[in-house]
Ligand binder design. Structure first.
Ligand code: SAM
Length: 285
């Protein structure tokens, strides 16, 4: 039986254009230099994910595609490219130990040391699950005292596609499975189509922005809490080390950095103090 094209997996339904060694090298070097993402072992992933882009533009070689991509001054093609090549998997309650630590240790430590605001950054936020999860922890921790605190969360990513979902705050119910039932009821609204939308009081606590972590950080005040989880797995050791140093410089005294449990920071090369797996703190005094 021949299935209609729409029902075939993408890799099969598209006629795959293969990268030559030179094209592969140019493309991976570009992505690495500009976005830090190390794709040098991801040849099939690039070919598979970009197949539809090439076909949409009637392009038959990657050289032609790159000429087209680099010549586009609107930035739109680059955005489509980034939306395709980034891996954005995320879900609520991911690495829950971090949210427990935030609630029981980090916030009780920070509250008496800060006046009435906490600077929080979800860096590489994907579709916003992590940032909203942090906002829920803030709500749990501060309760009625929250009115006196500004704990707005900055959430950034390079993919406009995920940022759009993030802004809407609408997710399939399976994406919430890592959260306690009580939180699902308290912080989400069930929609008629079966999806769930983050409650408005949580949504308004998060500001989403497009930002490339390879760029210089510009901020008014240093951060008290930085989450950068499951982002550095796509970077090599050198890029990770440089990024961690930038995070360190952007962290307030006593502030925390949370990374993914499958990521590592070379403890001899960072000024952060290791607290427990995937949690670091800036302690200079
Ligand atoms: C797997 S998601 C992680 C989402 C969330 N932090 C979590 O742990 O579930 C990785 C995200 O990092 C983003 N990313 C990759 N390189 C980036 C860069 N140079 N600047 C900003 N975001 C980047 C990707 O677009 C992707 O959405």
């Amino acid at each position: 039986m021949v299935l209609p094209e729409a029902e075939l997996p993408e890799a099969l339904s598209e006629s795959i254009v293969h990268l030559t060694d030179a094209e592969f090298s140019t493309l991976t070097r570009f992505v690495y230099n500009k976005y830090g993402i190390d794709l040098h072992r991801k040849r099939l992933l690039i070919e598979g994910r970009l197949a539809r882009e090439l076909r949409a533009h009637n392009i038959t070689t990657f050289s032609e595609y790159m000429n087209f991509l680099f010549a586009d001054k609107t930035g739109e093609e680059m955005q489509r490219f980034l939306n395709r090549i980034t891996t954005n998997h995320s879900f609520f309650g991911r690495e829950n130990e971090h949210f427990e630590f935030l609630l029981r240790t980090a916030l009780p430590y920070l509250e008496p040391r800060r006046k009435n605001d906490l600077r929080i950054w979800s860096a590489g936020c994907s579709a916003g699950q992590e940032a909203y999860n942090i906002a829920m922890v803030m709500d749990e921790y501060f309760g009625p005292r929250k009115a006196q605190w500004d704990t707005t969360i900055l959430a950034t990513d390079i993919s406009t596609k995920v940022l759009k979902t993030a802004q809407e705050g609408i997710y399939p119910a399976e994406n919430l499975i890592g959260l306690p039932e009580a939180w699902r009821r308290k912080y989400f609204q069930a929609l008629a189509d079966g999806n769930c939308q983050v409650a408005e009081k949580i949504r308004k606590e998060v500001v989403f922005r497009i930002f490339n972590l390879m760029n210089t950080f510009v901020y008014k005040k240093p951060f008290d809490i930085i989450f950068c989880r499951n982002v550095m797995i796509y970077f090599d050791a050198q890029t990770t080390a440089r990024l961690v140093e930038k995070f360190y410089n952007a962290t307030a005294e006593g502030g925390y950095l949370f990374i993914g449990h499958s990521e590592s920071i070379n403890r001899e090369h960072t000024k952060y103090t290791y607290i427990k797996p995937a949690i670091y703190q800036k302690l200079t005094q």
